[in-house]
Ligand binder design. Structure first.
Ligand code: K7E
Ligand code: CUA
Length: 654
């Protein structure tokens, strides 16, 4: 009880500090100099130097910005339906949102990470996690489309995800919430010792990027919060921060804050991979969706997988260790050399930095301070590289500039603090407006950061923008970090709540960006490749419309013989073969979104007419001077009518 009271007092004082920091108004708001404006100004028609992929948090999506301008280019739909692009609405992409719980049209996405080769960002794919219904998505950076989503079984609150190893061997997904594995009906109070935490290593095919769960490490029932890969000298290892090593299941704000230290778990995945390749591990029954979008058929398929390989850490001696880390660490960040692992204890006054070299020595010397469920706990001092003393309040996340500096966000004191690796001295600090979460330096999670800018992503904006009612935008802030002192350059609003982001030089992605889909490579089963082949086919109550678009008409644009009670599939192929000429289509009363069809692509929407009449459809994307003429009619007759099925373009139906 005394402990509980103590923690409550500590938490209260943090809350007070938090509130007061947000009450201080933004004295520095007007302090931007002309040179700051110049640094973010991108001349009209010119391109930004960097792409930034910023997580959409509770929007479930991923937004694409340019840096330094902060201009928003695109919101890539990932885990949530997007009516603008028909994602999750058209027949082709609905399977992307299939899960073991059925169709789940929303998620909470936190941590994008760009694929790497030899520890350097390669710009091929970006991965991102769905927290709520555990999933990992892959986005192809030639099309900027979500092309694969794999559900993660035995996981809940898929938060210490999705970070890639230095050759994208794996994208790693750790569970935030421990759960019964396998799931079963049991009393919540029996959590301790019975619930487990799954850390999933999802292999990525080096050529096609196809994802597959290679193995799941079944760990003690802690909360696995953040993770990062080892790199360089620590390549082959993965680090996960934990909290709730108390294994509490209620009043967590108090009960999960009892232990003075929680852990950073160090996992030697190379060792486990070897064990698994030699037949180790236990195949366990499971049920999870694997959804793949095929660019040639422009269609996604969903397959339910029925088993997953699990590994008990005790079966692979020398593979897993626990490094004590003060006060419920959140961020778990590895520097570009792979030597330092930074643990950000949310309730700690100091930042704790572990040394990979010292960790190996401690393992060698067996400098252990006991074990947790048989997993050795390394002596705190033995792996400790150093401590950044009292840098701020409420540390969350750290990024690196590749020049020996680290940048840590402090949620409570609302600032970014720059400090030196090795000497642990604080060298600069800049306020954030307000309550910063993650930060991002392009390439910051790799061996080669591009240390020119840091983007801070804020939870609260208060007075920074014109008010928009009770709901105000979340926001990012851009700082120039090329000099000794950070300089605030720009605020820009974000879509949803930004958690992490990933950035890279534009030149990595720009030359590979696809301009159109080749019509001759379109293998959609309902593709229509020229107007002569357009038709309408009735199969019982299902009617398939094979339709094409080209500036500025639909073919056919008059259809008769549809009846109330029919299910009409509009399969529309955009015949255009020019860059940036999509056509849209929408049908009155359709219980779905429009389609937005890229050149050479086929998409399908379903319309179930409920009322007799003559109903128009039209193009929704202003595609030409005669866009407004791009329209057509469908005649809907009574269910028992004998109106013949007919279709036409440019002639009257007799
Ligand atoms: Cu927002 Cu990475 Cu989900 Cu910290 S987490 S802020
Ligand atoms: Cu086609 Cu507007």
């Amino acid at each position: 009880m005394k402990n509980i009271l103590k923690s409550m007092v500590a938490l209260l004082s943090i809350l007070v500090a938090f509130t007061s920091c947000n009450n201080t108004s933004n004295q520095n708001a007007g302090a931007l100099s002309g040179s700051a404006a110049e640094k973010v100004y991108v001349n009209p028609g010119e391109h930004d130097e960097f792409y930034a992929f910023i997580s959409g948090g509770f929007s479930g999506q991923l937004s694409v910005y340019g840096l330094p301008s902060g201009r928003l280019f695109k919101v890539i739909p990932v885990f949530s339906q997007d009516a603008e692009k028909a994602y999750g609405y058209n027949e082709e992409t609905k399977p992307m949102l299939n899960t073991s719980h059925g169709f789940v049209p929303w998620d909470d996405s936190h941590h994008p990470d760009i694929s790497q080769t030899n520890g350097v960002i390669d710009g091929r794919w970006v991965f991102i996690n769905g927290n709520n219904t555990p999933r990992i998505a892959k986005i192809d950076l030639s099309t900027f489309e979500t092309t694969e989503i794999i559900e993660v079984p035995n996981s809940a609150g898929n938060h210490s995800s999705s970070f890639v190893t230095e050759n994208t061997e794996y994208v790693v997904a750790g569970t935030r919430f421990s759960v019964p594995i396998p799931q079963k009906d049991m009393p919540i109070k029996d959590y301790k010792g019975n619930f487990k935490g799954a850390l999933s290593f999802i292999s990525v095919d080096p050529e096609h990027g196809h994802m597959d769960i290679k193995f799941q490490l079944i760990m003690p029932g802690f909360d696995y919060d953040l993770s990062h890969p080892g790199r360089g000298k620590s390549h082959g290892w993965f680090f996960f921060s934990t909290y709730n090593t108390e294994e509490a299941s209620t009043l967590m704000e108090v009960n999960a804050s009892q232990n003075d230290k929680d852990f950073i778990a160090a996992v030697n995945w190379k060792k486990i991979e070897e064990y698994v390749n030699n037949g180790g591990g236990t195949m366990m029954a499971a049920n999870y969706a694997h959804n793949v979008y095929d660019e040639s058929t422009h269609t996604a398929t969903s397959t339910m997988k029925k088993e997953v390989l699990t590994v008990n850490p005790l079966d692979v001696p020398g593979a897993v260790y626990l490094m004590p880390t003060p006060k419920s660490p959140h961020g778990c960040d590895v520097d570009p050399t792979g030597e330092y692992i930074v643990g950000s204890g949310k309730l700690s006054a100091n930042l704790t930095v572990h040394s990979f070299t010292k960790m190996l020595a401690a393992i060698e010397n067996e400098s252990f301070a006991g074990d947790a469920y048989g997993i050795p706990i390394i002596d705190f001092e033995a792996s400790l590289a150093g401590v950044v003393e009292q840098p701020g309040l409420g540390p969350l996340h750290t990024e690196f500039d590749g020049k020996g500096n680290a940048y840590t966000t402090f949620f409570i004191s609302s600032e970014v603090v720059k400090w030196k690796l090795g000497t642990w001295e604080v060298v600069d600090r800049q306020p954030c407006y307000y309550s910063v979460g993650h930060l991002m330096i392009p390439g910051g999670n790799s061996q080669k950061p591009f240390g020119k800018y840091v983007v801070a992503m804020n939870k609260i904006t208060k007075d920074r923008y014109l008010p928009t009612g009770p709901e105000v935008t979340q926001s990012a802030q851009l700082y120039d970090i090329s000099g000794d002192k950070m300089e605030l350059l720009l605020d820009f609003p974000t879509v949803g709540e930004p958690h992490y982001a990933a950035g890279c030089p534009a030149d990595l992605i720009k030359p590979r960006s696809k301009k159109l889909f080749k019509l001759e490579e379109n293998n959609h089963p309902y593709a229509t490749k020229n107007e002569a082949d357009t038709k309408v086919v009735r199969e019982g109550k299902d009617v398939h419309v094979y339709m094409t678009t080209i500036r500025s008409h639909f073919s056919p644009d008059n259809i008769e013989g549809i009846k109330v009670g029919d299910k009409v599939y509009f399969h529309i192929t955009n015949l255009e073969q020019d860059y940036d000429v999509p056509h849209g289509v929408s049908m009155i009363g359709a219980n779905t979104s429009e389609l937005l069809i890229m050149p050479g692509q086929t998409e399908t929407f379903v319309w179930e007419p409920k009322q007799v009449g003559v109903w128009p459809f039209y193009c929704t994307d202003f595609c030409s001077a005669l866009h407004q003429e791009m329209q057509g009619y469908v005649r809907v007759s009574a269910a028992n009518s004998s109106t013949p099925l007919r279709w036409s373009l440019g002639e009257d139906i007799e």
